[in-house]
Write a protein that binds this ligand. Sequence first.
Ligand code: G6P
Length: 368
Amino acid sequence: DAGAVQVEKAGFKHFMAKEIAEQPAVLGDAINHYVKKDGLDLPEGIDFAGLDRLTLVACGTAYYACAVAKYWFENLARLPCEIDVASEFRYREPPMPAKSWAIFVSQSGETADTLAALRYCNEKVEKTLAVVNVPTSSMAREADLALPIHAGVEVGVASTKAFTCQLLSLAVLALKAGVDRGHITETQLAAHLEGLRALPGLMNTALGTADEIAGLAEKLAEAQDILFLGRGPLYPLAMEGALKLKEISYIHAEGYASGELKHGPIALIERTVPVIVFAPHDRLFDKTVSNMQEVMARHGKVLLVSDARGLREASEGTWATLKMPEVAEPFAPILYALPAQLLAYYTAVAKGTDVDQPRNLAKSVTVE
Ligand code: G6P
């Protein structure tokens, strides 16, 4: 393809490793597009003020970005928010309130189910918005508004930097919604923007755990099943961590809401089942820790990913820990995405799978 941008591995063993490593720079660039010194800078026409509902639709990793964003739109903007995977959404023909917007999130902008869901909504809602990595894509053209995520070309089939840039774009939209709807003051906005601007630096620190993670991955690679737990916006991140791991290491993994563990998956816990817990020291930390203790009481092997404070309070009895820097509470999923990606990556490397071209998967699924 003569017109294609030539992307090289630049010394990395895999595109995925390169794309994980470039996230601090790429996210910094995305932030510069939408966050200016004195506030947010978004395309004309984005105003969430009078809406009754927001709908977010996507597939795969992009769907988990929507699932994180639901927490943001509801908490920061008090905007009722519905999310669905596109293949279900398009065929259940959901009623759409007239005073609603729908957002479609897609790296490629070409996924068949998401595009069909967008076409369904184009006739029914006030405005459709495409959050895409490819600005010339079908979704960008067909939606009323398009917001590029500025991740650059992503080659690895397992999405990494596109995920964190999708999150960043959705966080910016949620902050705009909070301002439009009168739930975020100027002072609060300034603090949130500080939180976003700190992310690239924090991501660099998180990448510093790569060697430690590679060591843990040697053990994880022996597992048959791995559980991921999280609460609040870290719950969808647990699901994304599980998806990433199964995509490239072929180990069965599930992401669960920490509080839901006792309603089923706790039956799986035994010595051979690693349980990865994403738990920054936030207002739900103690609740997550008590779920983690239920796992340890049944001899589950817990890997706790937390910050210094969280690890000080809750490391006892864990199999291993990973230390993340402290991060502004709402944006923790953007930072914790990195250890999730690195855990999947190094486990796949330990198993010797084809990391960039995992079996049975395609980068973009343009057929149903
Ligand atoms: C495929 C890819 C996933 C991706 C999903 C949605 O299944 O393997 O990595 O998350 O499609 O793709 P999109 O381009 O719409 O984000």
